[in-house]
Design a protein around this ligand. Structure first.
Ligand SMILES: [Zn+2]
Length: 459
């Protein structure tokens, strides 16, 4: 749809060059130092005549907003988001220079190649491509197209998307946004499905504290808080929250059932997506056996930290554990804690919610933006199943969704499981083929939402 006459060979080379350069700018967070990278992006965009706004929320950290303006907009803008910071590296475990941006055997290597400098590069290339298209005089934008590059995503900071919404809402107002957060999984050499993140679980922290009589360890005491806590943690880890099938998950399972290679799981997916309660129970039992599926079906509780005692011969008066509680959207953390209190059933064990995550409404899988992603995918490869997805991890998209901007999460690169697990790991890399795929996908998405060709009715 967009640029059928495009020189994809040339564009691929240009994309690789930009990505390698961005990888060479070390934005390991902490400290981040994203301003250097933001200035580089700004320079490239400005050289193409694209409007930019560069902010410094705190010293050396940056927020960049670039905008292609529609002459007579008929709809609110579409946003393309990506973060500039990356997580640290264990250099000795890499076989390549993590900040070299080297091209080896058809891959670009380096920290950030898939999280998130790859998408950042493709977003920027999309703006450059649109700019060139508009210069041709045969097309015009029907809405503004906005690129947003943020800092401190990896440290969960507040100077990224949240900061921009609070401080420059006029630049962030949009009808739709596209961010990281989903995946396109390659199985047996071809992209099988694209999981488009429409909702995410909410990350909460709960502290469980057992109290009891302290004393010298030479006299064992009933009600020892270490033992009480151990029992409570054991009961909690056996407890399962109820299965709740949200519309996003139902759509995910129904879509995945069409292409999933394993027969038993495929049947379970159709069962779960059905209206028959008995089939749903059966499906839930089968899928729950796989931790990744189980995590999207219910609120999940993981014990992550323990704290008790100061000496081997002293019984402490207190022992505590930290639970990471990932609630399904719409689920109340207080209700979950109420159920935990009931199953533990020990008046000497106390629960405290020490961090409450931000709940956000799901983005509609029936929207024009979702359709634009799906149609753009199918233009590249009609066999890919495009499914809505509830991610188990939290992303910055929650801020936009809560603010009323439906936001869709994709990782626009078709990746094998092996390549995907290099995210935050060693030898992170992106296939050059996947970079081209991503550019076709994102430029196609934007074209469907924001481009009108003169003489043709808007599709
Ligand atoms: Zn990321």
């Amino acid at each position: 749809m967009l640029l059928p006459q495009s020189d994809w060979n040339g564009l691929r080379g240009e994309t690789v060059e930009h990505l390698s350069r961005l990888i060479r700018i070390d934005t390991t967070n902490p400290p981040g130092n994203e301003m250097v990278l933001a200035r580089d992006l700004e320079q490239t965009l400005r050289a193409a005549g694209i409007e930019t706004h560069l902010f410094e929320p705190v010293a050396d950290r940056a927020a960049l907003v670039a905008r292609l303006r529609a002459p007579h907009p008929t709809s609110a803008p579409v946003l393309l988001l990506a973060h500039m910071d990356v997580v640290g590296v264990a250099r000795e475990a890499w076989t390549t220079n993590p900040f070299g941006g080297d091209v080896v055997d058809g891959y670009v290597y380096g920290r950030g190649a898939i999280d998130d400098k790859g998408m950042l590069t493709v977003n920027m290339m999309t703006l450059l491509l649109l700019r060139r298209l508009l210069t041709g005089g045969r097309h015009e934008l029907t809405r503004d197209v906005v690129l947003v590059a943020t800092s401190d995503e990896e440290a969960g900071g507040t100077i990224g998307t949240e900061w921009l919404i609070e401080n420059h809402p006029e630049l962030m107002r949009a009808e739709f946004a596209l961010n990281e957060g989903g995946r396109i999984r390659v199985v047996d050499g071809r992209p099988l499905y694209a999981a488009i993140q429409c909702a995410e679980k909410v990350s909460n922290v709960v502290r469980v504290t057992a109290t009891g009589p302290g004393g010298h360890a030479s006299v064992p005491l009933p009600g020892n808080p270490v033992a009480r806590l151990a029992r409570a943690v054991s009961v909690i880890s056996d407890h399962r929250e109820p299965v709740v099938l949200l519309p996003t998950t139902r759509g995910f399972l129904a879509g995945l059932a069409e292409v999933w290679p394993h027969a038993a799981e495929r049947t379970a997916m159709s069962d779960l997506a059905s209206d028959d309660a008995a089939r749903r129970d059966r499906g839930a039992r089968t899928l729950s056996a796989t931790p990744l599926f189980d995590a999207i079906l219910r609120t999940g509780i993981s014990a992550t930290m323990l704290d008790a005692g100061v000496r081997h011969n002293v019984i402490p008066t207190e022992a505590s554990a930290v639970l990471s509680v990932r609630t399904l959207p719409g689920e109340s953390i207080d209700s979950v804690v109420g159920r935990l209190r009931d199953v533990v059933n020990d008046p000497a064990v106390h629960f405290e919610v020490t961090h409450r995550g931000h709940d956000a409404p799901p983005s509609d899988a029936g929207s024009a933006a979702f359709a634009a992603i799906r149609d753009s995918l199918h233009e590249i490869d009609p066999s890919i199943a495009a499914v809505p997805y509830l991610s188990t991890g939290a992303t910055e998209s929650a801020f936009l969704r809560r603010w009323g901007v439906p936001t869709y999460g994709i990782l626009p690169f078709p990746l094998t499981m092996d390549d995907e697990t290099r995210m935050h790991g060693h030898d992170e890399r992106v296939p050059i083929e996947a970079l081209e795929f991503a550019l076709r996908l994102i430029s196609g998405f934007v074209a469907r939402l924001a481009i009108r060709e003169f003489g043709l009715p808007r599709s």
